[in-house]
Ligand binder design. Sequence first.
Ligand code: PHE
Length: 449
Amino acid sequence: MKREGFATRLGVLTATLGSAVGLGNIWKFPYMTGQNGGAAFLFIYLAATVVVGLPIMIAEIMMGRRARANAITTWKKVAPDNSGWMLVGVCGVLAAFSIMAFYTDVVGWVFRYIVQAAAGGLNSSDPKAAEAVFKATVSAPWASLAWQWGVLALVSTIILGGVSKGIEKTTKILMPMLLGMLIVVCIRSLTLPRALDGLAFLFNPDFSKVDGEVVLMAMGLAFFKLSIGMGTMMTYGSYFREDANVPLTASRVMLADLTVSLLAGIAIFPAVFNYGFEPAAGPGLLFMTVPAVFSSMPFGQAFMTLFFVLTAVATIGAMLSLFEVPVAFMIESGLGWSRKKATIATAVGLGICGIPATLSFSAMSDVTLFGLNFFDFYDYLSSNLLMPIGGFFICVFAGWFWGRERTEADLSNRGALSNRAVIALYSLIVKWITPLLVLLVLLKGLGAF
Ligand code: PHE
């Protein structure tokens, strides 16, 4: 059977970008920046994106394209003599599961906010009222589970219906719209009377609060944002065309992803300070501040609804790429599973693993693992452990075992591209700088020294 792949070069870029841009930019980046003191966190995140994120993304896509296989089988093909490397792929499948377990819960919140916004239930700029609505939303156990399962069913239907192509087409139109909406929120937010306080928080760093754990979290966010270190980019790389320019595509995805994150920050923090929200409010930050900003402008209710609709759309590309990791593995694992069986198995598995994450805000809020509720545990496990560990080994393999010749051939498309300087720089960084940095941050963040 011929493997499917991305049909056009633009399709390669938009699908990869669709995986990167999602809740990470719009929801996670602002709330983590708020919790970790603002600008200092932002700058570390920026550095991690460029020095750690970009090289790993290039390495992953390159390996996936050469092997043309899923996240685990790729290792079997590129390292046939040493099956230990396959563990990196196994870590990746675990990470994808662990992310989806809480990601689908948050997507459920987004869907519920669409309904509430459209019904006029969010028209207030009062922090207390906004907090009450958010709390009521996340703490309703059955409704939360039902929405999460609805989200899982939706993603499975998209995958099974073979309508991903349709999704590719729709996202091409809707993603620019989301960007436009974010810019509208930014303008409104920046014209609020106390906007400058928010900007100062976002861009004026105070490094005194930075410790090993904060650095690890900023790096973990970079992994999460770029969908790297766990096989998503490897799986997507396996669908890349032979003539796609890997370093250029990866750089574009990184820059676009960063831009969306920054816009989300500029949209949210001026409003946070203007209306007196708590910057460290956590996962509810987006859901409380965005309605506040829209409530104070003409046609706010319609805009607010549209904003949540577009956010929901942005999450679909990310969820499809997360699903693809276990699904592609199950199909190619030799068990003879069809795409349908693999997708249903993944959805059911997630429906079960997601329960404790979703109930972390209600019935299971007191149940903790290593001091974290399940929602935070899944998040910590994926972003701060599994993805950095996976990223470290990917770098070590790409830097030390891939070999100069293969790297040159792969990244220049066998000499078709003249990008020698880029390849030289990449080779140096992926061999020496990125793995050492990841290891150091990981060990320091975990308190090993
Ligand atoms: N990058 C996605 C986002 O920002 C999340 C994601 C992580 C997707 C890992 C795939 C793999 O929402």
